[in-house]
Design a protein around this ligand. Sequence first.
Ligand SMILES: [Zn+2]
Length: 412
Amino acid sequence: MGSNQVTAKSHNIRSILKALLYHQQISRVELAKFTSLTPATISNLVNELLSQGLVRENGIEMVISPRVGRPRMTVELIQDARFAVGVHIGIGEYQIVITNLLANIIFSTTRKFEVCSPAEIIIQEIVTQIDNLIVQSGITKTLIVGIGVGASGLVNVETGVNINAPNLCWNHIPIRELIHQGTGLPVIVDNNVRLMCLAEAMFGEGKTANVMAFVYARVGVGAGLFVSGKLFRGMAAGAGEIGHSIMIPDGGEKCSCGNYGCLETLVSQKAIIRSAKHLAEANPAGILAQKFDDCQTSEMDCVFSAAKDGDEEVLQMFAEKARYFGIALANLINILNPNLIVLGGILGQGEEYFLPEIKKVVKDYSFSHLGDQVKICVSGFGQKTGVIGASALALSTYFYNLSEIPEQEKSF
Ligand SMILES: [Zn+2]
């Protein structure tokens, strides 16, 4: 077989796997329709996938009212035929998971680390934890397709180098090389918020969205963009830096990026806690001041707790923050024209306080009818969105090979 034929065959197999990813159980006839392959090709390739133990066939009774039709065979992926490792490196904490082919988490571990400790030590620890998790899972290493890593800051996906992560004090860290050397498995690295977007696009809210954004806010504020069936990274991996949109050009606060008045200076967790502290100082007998005095958990959780108990000033402050988010999202909508925006981090945690105002502002400020057409919701994966996205990157690169599939095919 010539190399062109091999490439064509591998491309066709990927198309089938992708159709199975998005449609779960489908008949060979539907597979042919979704992939535009001939029934004979589908038959050959499905037989090959059957022999590799990657798919199974089920007889499903087709109910054709009022009579019962004859059973029809459907093809589905065997979820546990292969696995992937996902690593999410956050600020002061990393998560590692082993997932199956549908990104369901089978084993996981979460560890804290000292922010600004040497990157090499943290990565070495991550390598050890990956090995431990694999041993603990009992999964044969050859069934693990690869490792996906979501790192904070600017990441070169081609080289796997974390170019700059100011919140971790990391510069030019060759994450891919270090983890590959340590584990012997293929490794791919990207920005952690971008991977949250991939988690939603492949396995979450975005499964039917062709253009979507994932907006995350906690220590930093950023967005992942998914355009025409692919992650959009921009020319130098810098796409989605929505946190550094200038909201207050004159007199705004200084941002970690060096500019003044960025969105991040107004709505990051730090900015919200700072606003809350001002409110608590001004009203020492109020609900919020009490919450800060008795605070056993994180300060942000205590601010949420005051909102939950109906502190009017906190609710008003949240509405003000939501307004800034709404304006930034309206600008994003005018540029990207997405059909979906998923929110994560504190925006997900405080959905009831932020989402209604964000939706209202988006409606008011986005151009023409663009704001009416976009669905805005919070991530259903909660704190696991990043690590599921990291696993999704490994699966999409080393199993589904989505980057090989031409654009526009996601909607079939
Ligand atoms: Zn900035």
